[in-house]
Design a protein around this ligand. Structure first.
Ligand SMILES: Nc1ncnc2c1ncn2[C@@H]1O[C@H](COP(=O)(O)OP(=O)(O)O)[C@@H](O)[C@H]1O
Ligand SMILES: [Mg+2]
Length: 241
């Protein structure tokens, strides 16, 4: 099977080499657990291997996000300027501001994104032959949808499109810490071919970051939870055989 490396060495080992090509992986967990970091690491791995990438950012404005990622040693701005990282900035345009990215033609025009986003994503994927996609995050996107029912429809179309173009994707969602379900809207987990869950857990009086592959269609995988750290170079799992 054709595997796509996530860029997190331990995670790739858990998965037997990477996620199956064309997978849509849901990255879920509470706030501050490392969802954005994991997704950006997946994009950086693609960029370093000459794969064009699409980032749909709905929470963090691109310049701020790039500055945070620079702390981990990743220069996303460079790839954006080179036309290898295409950005749909649904964070700046939410506040009614112009995007700071080079992709003025790819920005949502109205406050309600609705199906506009599917058109923009499709155009970016075709024009730039995009291989990897990150959507961060579903709850932030939901704030820009006119009617709540429209979110399911939008997500359904986004996932169908990613499948049709055989893009490998990481989609971020959020669950309140300690809650049993895996996704906030219930649809994301069914549409996704894989689920990676991040959490913060208290162990012997200190908080530890944990990662677990809950589901990954088309491959065997380790179901254990692993502790990880966020350091220079990104996410590093501990104790993976
Ligand atoms: N340069 C860094 N070095 C170490 N840890 C960092 C660094 N930058 C951020 N972090 C940690 O990562 C957390 C945020 O991770 P992030 O991926 O944005 O989480 P999420 O998207 O799940 O909210 C921060 O709360 C902080 O603990
Ligand atoms: Mg985040």
């Amino acid at each position: 099977m054709d595997r796509v490396k996530t860029g997190v060495e331990g995670l790739d080992r858990i998965l037997g080499g990477g996620v199956p090509r064309g997978s849509s992986v849901l990255v879920t967990g509470g706030t501050g657990t490392g969802k954005t970091t994991l997704s950006m690491q997946f994009l950086m791995e693609g960029l370093r291997n000459y794969e064009n990438c699409l980032l749909v950012t709905c929470e963090e404005e691109p310049r701020r996000l790039y500055a945070e990622m620079k702390q981990l040693g990743w220069d996303f701005e460079k790839y954006e300027k080179e036309g290898k990282l295409i950005v749909i900035d649904a964070a700046s345009t939410k506040a009614g501001m112009l995007t700071t990215t080079s992709y003025r033609d790819f920005q949502p025009r109205s406050a309600n994104i609705d199906l506009d986003l599917v058109v923009l994503m499709g155009r970016a994927i075709k024009e730039y032959n995009v291989r990897r996609v990150v959507l961060d995050s579903v709850p932030a996107l939901a704030l820009r949808i006119g009617k709540p029912e429209a979110l399911r429809e939008l997500l359904f179309r986004v996932y169908s499109m990613l499948e049709r173009f055989e893009c490998t994707s990481f989609v971020v969602t959020e669950i309140p810490e300690g809650e049993g379900s895996l996704s906030r809207y219930g649809v994301e987990e069914f549409l996704s071919s894989g689920v990676v869950k991040l959490s913060l857990q208290k162990e012997g009086g200190r908080w530890v970051r944990k990662m677990q592959v809950v589901k990954m269609r088309g491959t065997r995988h380790d179901l254990n939870e692993y502790a990880f750290e966020i350091t220079e170079g990104g996410i590093r799992l501990q104790g993976v055989a």
